[in-house]
Design a binder for this molecule. Structure first.
Ligand code: URA
Length: 209
């Protein structure tokens, strides 16, 4: 699919299958999400630009590769986005963090914003918005539109699972924002859950059901 990268690394697929299993405990689910987010972060940052910096190794001088430009910004779409955020920060501890709080109106499935806090210089950073589930895409697109309104120019979206309906809607609303996902599932059910999916990511992660 255009603009969508499926991260089909065997370790990602293996961990995802354990997460999907309804018998996987809350603790194991959270740990797997943290592990998988390291691998996803590795792929979503694969093409970052490098520059060089003069350093001295114990053996002599060297022009050593380092990341170019300002530190990344990870934008967590609350609350489930925090599950991906933690592992990504393990990999890129210097990243800045934005939080966008949205909940889904269970009747309309529309995203309602209740919290927003982000670095003030989003225009200078690559912003990677994260939410494990791209279902209708209403939350992800609303969050990213807010980040763009606040100045973000270079944005990517990272999730664990995506529904084809969500991808289509996302592509229509945000044609220039690339999507990275570990899998594209079959469909959305009548209440907006991904099938086969893994259930409610927030509930699975925090044991709230
Ligand atoms: N959000 C979830 O947590 N799971 C889904 O299947 C859809 C949206």
């Amino acid at each position: 699919m255009d603009g969508v990268t499926v991260i089909d690394h065997p370790l990602v697929q293996h961990k995802l299958s354990i997460m999907r299993d309804k018998n996987t405990s809350t603790g194991a689910f959270r740990l797997l999400l943290r592990e998988i987010s390291l691998l996803l972060c590795y792929e979503v940052t694969r093409d970052l630009e490098l520059t060089t910096k003069s350093i001295e190794t114990p053996m002599g001088p060297m022009d050593a590769p380092t990341l170019k430009g300002k530190k990344l910004c990870f934008a967590s779409i609350l609350r489930a986005g925090n599950g991906l955020l933690e592992g990504m920060l393990d990999l890129v501890p210097s990243a800045r963090v934005a939080h966008v709080g949205l909940y889904r109106d269970h009747k309309t499935l529309e995203a309602i914003e209740y919290y927003y806090k982000a670095p003030t210089d989003l225009q200078d950073r690559l912003v990677i918005a994260v939410d494990p589930m791209l279902a209708t895409s209403n939350s992800a697109t609303a969050a990213i539109e807010k980040l763009i309104e606040s100045g973000a120019k270079d944005v990517r979206f990272l999730c664990l699972l995506a529904a084809p309906e969500g991808i289509r809607n996302f592509r229509e609303r945000l044609p220039n924002v690339p999507i990275y996902t570990a899998a594209i599932d079959d469909h959305l059910n009548e209440v907006g859950y991904i099938v086969p999916g893994l259930g409610d990511a927030g509930d699975r992660m925090y044991g709230t059901k």
